[in-house]
Design a protein around this ligand. Structure first.
Ligand code: NAI
Length: 280
């Protein structure tokens, strides 16, 4: 499997393209507009430069990696892909529309993978005529640094598709872990209730934000506390994922803390908006 296509060059897509190129693959990166492509490539270039500055790679290695990324805004040009990794915005309609289109454009043996963090792989697969070739490849942010790929099997995903994606993840230097398709998979099903509980503890005045984060850092050896992590992920993203868990399981144990809802209403979305549980 050599011909990799990444759709969407945002936070995740440019990291996936970077990682594929850095591990020797030729990768095509698709965006909707030239300026977004330029921005994605300049982000990859900047991130690679950091490696050069630290003496981890030479300038010619950086250039070789960049030259393996083929940027394009022409979706029709990807017909020869062996695998497409989708990393567009987290929106069911946008994803099902895109997968129906990919199903029409790509050759029948091409695998269609989604980097979704919370949308059902089974649902995305149902928009295609090849649900056995649709799978989740859930990379973590920042992609070049984080080793996990949560590989999610939809109800119809075949063993062969799983094997090919497991193999590709390893060749990209990652550690794949197999998970079945239920709301939140494993990563967010376990992480988001913990973050939500930390927010409830703050809301109820059990401890300050620093104390809550401090207990989890020092006591549980987490590299950052749950409130800091929530700010990093984005409070709107945390809320959206909790809603997916709440509606997907129909279980009130996933009810988002009212403080989280209020902060999102206020536009306090964490690091990206300058204010969340902390100020940036
Ligand atoms: P983002 O908003 O940074 O990037 C999405 C990009 O996709 C944008 O640049 C947009 O122009 C492009 N795009 C939209 N429609 C397109 C189309 N039809 N063709 C080509 N490009 C298109 O989003 P981000 O954060 O990179 O998230 C992407 C996916 O990865 C989402 O499904 C998200 O849930 C998932 N994810 C995000 C993580 C994160 O920490 N940001 C972590 C793990 C998964």
């Amino acid at each position: 499997m050599e011909n990799i296509v990444v759709i969407g060059g945002g936070t995740m897509g440019n990291g996936i393209a970077h990682t594929a190129a850095a591990t020797g693959f030729e990768v095509t990166l698709v965006e909707v507009a030239q300026e977004l492509l330029d921005r994605a490539l300049s982000t990859v270039s900047k991130n690679l430069q950091r490696g050069v500055d630290k003496g981890k790679m030479t300038a010619s290695e950086r250039d070789a990696i960049l030259s393996r990324i083929r940027p394009t805004i022409d979706m029709q040009s990807i017909g020869n892909a062996d695998i497409v990794i989708e990393a567009i915005m987290e929106n069911l309609e946008a994803k099902t529309q895109l997968f129906a289109r990919l199903d029409a454009i790509t050759k029948p043996e091409c695998i269609l993978a989604s980097n979704t963090s919370s949308i059902s792989i089974t649902k995305i697969a149902a928009a295609t005529r090849r649900p056995e070739k649709v799978i989740g490849m859930h990379f973590m942010n920042p992609v070049p640094v984080m080793t996990l790929v949560e590989v999610i099997r939809g109800i119809a995903t075949s063993d062969e598709t799983y094997q090919r994606v497991e193999d590709l993840s390893k060749r990209m230097g990652k550690t794949p872990i197999e998970v079945n398709d239920y709301p939140g998979f494993i990563s967010n099903r376990v992480l988001m209730p913990m973050i939500n509980e930390a927010i409830f503890a703050l809301y109820e005045g059990v401890a300050t934000r620093e104390s809550i984060d401090g207990v989890m850092k020092l006591g549980m050896n987490h590299p950052m506390g749950p409130l800091t992590l929530a700010d990093f992920i984005g409070l709107d993203v945390c809320l959206a994922i909790l809603r997916v868990l709440e509606s997907g399981f129909g279980d009130p144990k996933y009810r988002p803390c009212p403080l989280l809802v209020k902060m999102v209403d206020a536009g306090w979305l964490g690091r990206k908006s300058g204010r969340g549980f902390y100020r940036y």
